[in-house]
Design a protein around this ligand. Structure first.
Ligand code: MLT
Ligand code: ZN
Length: 471
């Protein structure tokens, strides 16, 4: 059984000596912003915040901590939705921020590879790729603060998965410090490499429990000439999936995004996010945001209107309007946050089953918990929606969440599991879903994961309490 120790004064002194004044702080004011997660749901403590500036420094931190059995919590942009980068309340862990390691090490248009350090912010990766006439396609609402290391460690998805896949499809190589302080140097981005187990894929989505990702080789794609973005009003989620298949039949892989937005979500955005405007003349029960690259989206949508799949559509006439449509979509989480605490369920089921799931699960939940409201939005084409549940409005909301939250989430997860789905489509398990994973995952799946964890991190120092229900 792993034993986690409190960092000694000698260890803290050694870390301070190795990292210098910018590399370690124990000042509560400096540490405070990084001890609470983005949603304000988890509040942790840490013995120190260390901010190494190089892979060698990360190795030194991990080696020193490993020698004394001290826990490490890696953190990037602190945008986790599941408390994955927030330390526990005991205060024994070292919080390891990768934010100082933010260099784009290289961009190779011939290889179509960009090498970025773990602390590089996604928006900066986009800019660096664009400067070389290329594109890194993965994008999401938190692109201004989410970092490469966090995106890798959570196998992030976002709004372009439909065409390009999640991080697992976009990471060509990785550099990581393993729990004993040794270096996994796998940055060389070979298109073909069959030397056994793929350690890179094991580290992707490991949520920092198997080591610290320090850099990644990311796959680039040709820059888009013209992107077309449209906002459509539709009658049902079923029509949204039918629209996707209809568009694909006409413009094929040019369809890069298809995002479902229910009226309640759009109303929340319009109410809480300054400068937003209704995209259609009349509100629709359901909305779909579609993006296509270098294709005649207008013609394809015209045919969809004629076929009765779409009731109304607005094609962005400029980049600014396209950005405004995307802002409506990307601000849903922020708008929800303004509206007060809610239960978030980031779930997937097989794509074909998702439209019925959205309607039937929402109806079942609202019938069982009167006054609660489901807001299901997002990546319908991936079979993934954010099935969020707001408590009944009013002064009893906090108590309702406290008393019923677990049962409501359990109800959602049981419906998902019955359909062969996943309780975490893209946000990961973090600390929020450890118990739910233990309850819903098949025993052989959990046991295999535990064995991998024990093999690579026998002392259990890497991001303890996250991802895995340990026994
Ligand atoms: C999104 O798709 O907007 C994100 O995954 C965030 C969320 O679930 O709120
Ligand atoms: Zn999402």
């Amino acid at each position: 059984m792993a034993v986690i120790n409190l960092p000694s004064a000698a260890l803290l002194g050694a870390l301070a000596d190795r990292l210098g004044p910018r590399g370690l702080t124990r000042d509560p004011v400096e540490m405070a912003p990084w001890l609470t997660d983005w949603r304000g749901r988890y509040h942790g403590r840490a013995a120190a915040l260390v901010s190494p500036a190089s892979t060698d420094e990360v190795r030194a931190v991990v080696s020193l901590c490993a020698a004394q059995g001290v826990a490490i919590v890696p953190q990037g942009g602190n945008t986790s939705m599941v408390g994955g980068a927030t330390p526990g309340a005991d205060g024994d862990a070292i919080l390891l921020s990768l934010r100082r390691m933010d260099r784009i090490r290289s961009v190779s248009p011939d290889d179509d590879i960009l090498v970025a350090e773990a602390g590089a912010i996604l928006a900066h990766v986009h800019e660096a790729a664009a400067a070389a006439g290329r594109r890194f396609p993965l994008t999401l609402g938190a692109k201004g603060s989410a970092t490469v290391g966090g995106l890798v460690s959570t196998n992030a998805g976002g709004t372009q998965v439909l065409r390009f896949g999640p991080m697992r499809a976009l990471v060509a190589g990785l550099e990581a410090v393993l729990p004993d302080g040794s270096l996994y140097q796998g940055l060389s981005a070979l298109r073909k490499d069959n030397r056994g187990y793929d350690l890179k894929q094991l580290l992707i989505g490991a949520e920092g429990t198997l080591g610290v990702v320090t850099a990644a080789s990311l796959r680039l794609f040709p820059a888009v000439g013209a992107r077309a973005v449209a906002w459509c009003g539709i009658a049902t989620p079923g029509r949204a999936l039918a629209l996707l298949r209809f568009l694909e039949a006409r413009i094929g892989q040019a369809v890069e995004s298809l995002e479902l937005v229910p009226r309640v979500a759009l109303d929340l955005v319009l109410a809480h996010v300054p400068g937003t405007r209704p995209p259609l003349a009349a509100p629709a029960a359901w909305n779909v945001l579609v993006e296509a690259a270098d294709a005649d989206l207008e013609g394809a949508l015209g045919a969809a209107l004629e076929a009765g799949l779409v009731d109304d559509a607005a094609l962005a006439a400029s980049e600014a309007q396209a950005a405004a449509f995307w802002r409506l979509r990307d601000s849903i989480s922020e708008a929800e946050r303004h509206a007060g605490p809610a239960l978030k369920h980031d779930i997937s089921v097989p794509v074909a089953a998702m439209p019925a799931f959205v309607e039937e699960a929402a109806a079942a939940l609202e019938a069982r918990h009167p006054g609660a409201r489901v807001i299901a939005f997002g990546h319908l084409g991936d079979g993934n929606v954010h099935f969020n549940v707001q408590p009944p409005p009013g002064p009893g909301a906090a108590a309702w969440l406290e008393q019923r939250g677990e049962a409501v989430s359990g109800f959602v997860y049981d419906l998902v599991t019955a359909q062969g789905g996943s309780i975490s489509a893209e946000h990961g398990i973090g600390q929020m879903k450890v118990a739910a994973l233990a309850r819903t995952a098949p025993a052989p799946h959990l046991e295999a994961q535990r064995r991998i964890k024990r093999a690579l991190d026998p002392a259990g120092i890497m991001n303890p309490g996250k991802l895995l229900p340990l026994t």
